[in-house]
Design a protein around this ligand. Structure first.
Ligand code: BV8
Ligand code: ZN
Length: 261
């Protein structure tokens, strides 16, 4: 939605100025960034999976107790994310990265999302804090699974590794109780500690340690902004809270920053 057609942009001119002058920008995204692509968030009402809380499915114990159910949930989610497109918000973030790099600045996008949509939209400086659903590996021998293996159910209804024969295949995502990939997490913490502007987009800020990253930027004195359709658990620590759907607000914000120099 071009800036001109927006009645009054939901963000301040101060934010546009801060982004246009920024040398270093860091971003954290959550499921809300993909909502307008049709990927259900963790809290969205309705849908078959409402019966299960993600925390009940996204952990090793549930996986070992009922592999077919957990593998089926991830197969279902993989099919969803492979069947949708990045939205205008994803493309705007890829554009903002290009703008910053062109202007000699630094940029890092740390995502909690496992849907691969930032990468498909062209973002390059992305770290995946919680892994990526489109990658699958063997729980027993760590080998990366082939697309054929991921589609071939064994007699017992589970997905198994063809190399070590009995290994169960699991999505390359970080489950509750598992450590985050250290390199990604440290890169995100370092970018948050050094940035001039931090954008926290489409996240409820309830899952740690990722939820703590924007607070590192706030403590370091950055201009910290939350973009969400409603204030999150971290709204009070923000310099500015922008209320609106990321798929509409981000293109307008990036257009305003591009027009500034
Ligand atoms: C670890 C991958 C330790 C899997 C995910 C008690 C207190 C505090 C912490 C804990 C605790 N008990 C346990 C913990 C730790 C736990 C945790 O934080 N639990 C929470 C539930 C309390 N964390 C962990 O277990 C982490 N690991 O701590 O390890 C350790 C240490 C050493 C050695 C060994 C172990 C691992 C956490 C990673 C879990 N994996 N995902 C999968 O996807 O299946 S988490 C998953 O849920 C997401 O990745 C994301 O992080 C989180 C959901 O959050 P959001 O992305 O914010 O999505 P949500 O639906 O919640 O919100 C959407 C938001 O968007 C809303 O605010 C909405 O308003 C907004 N929105 C909607 N539409 C739009 C929009 N905004 C803009 N535009 C729109 N259109
Ligand atoms: Zn194996």
């Amino acid at each position: 939605m071009p800036l001109t057609s927006m009645p009054e942009p939901p963000f301040s001119d101060r934010l546009v100025r801060a982004l246009a002058d920024a040398r270093r920008v860091a971003i954290l995204t959550g499921a809300g960034t993909s909502a307008e692509s049709g990927v259900p968030t963790f809290r969205d009402p309705g849908g078959l999976w409402e019966r299960f809380r993600p925390e009940e499915l996204a952990n090793v114990e549930a996986f070992l107790r009922n592999p077919a159910l957990v593998q089926g949930w991830y197969t279902h989610r993989r099919e969803i994310v492979q069947g949708v497109e990045p939205n205008a918000g994803h493309y705007a973030l890829a554009e903002l990265e290009r703008l910053l790099i062109e202007r000699g600045g630094e940029f890092l996008l740390a995502t909690q999302n496992v849907d691969n949509l930032h990468q498909r939209a062209g973002s390059e400086r992305v770290v995946e804090l919680h892994g990526n659903l489109t990658r699958t590996y063997c729980h027993a021998c760590d080998r990366t699974a082939t697309p054929e293996e991921v589609a071939a159910l064994a007699e017992d209804g589970t997905l198994r590794c063809s190399a070590c024969r009995d290994g169960l295949l699991r999505p390359d995502v970080v489950w509750f109780g598992e450590m985050l990939p250290m390199e990604a997490f440290e890169a995100a913490m370092d970018a948050a500690a050094r940035c001039d502007v931090f954008l926290s987009i489409g996240t409820s800020g309830v899952v740690y340690p990722a939820a703590g990253i924007p607070l590192v930027a706030a403590e370091a004195g950055a201009f910290v902004v939350e973009l969400n359709v409603e204030p999150s658990a971290m709204a009070r620590q923000m310099t500015e809270v922008v209320i609106g759907p990321s798929g509409a607000v981000l293109p307008a914000l990036v257009e305003a920053v591009a027009a500034r120099r």
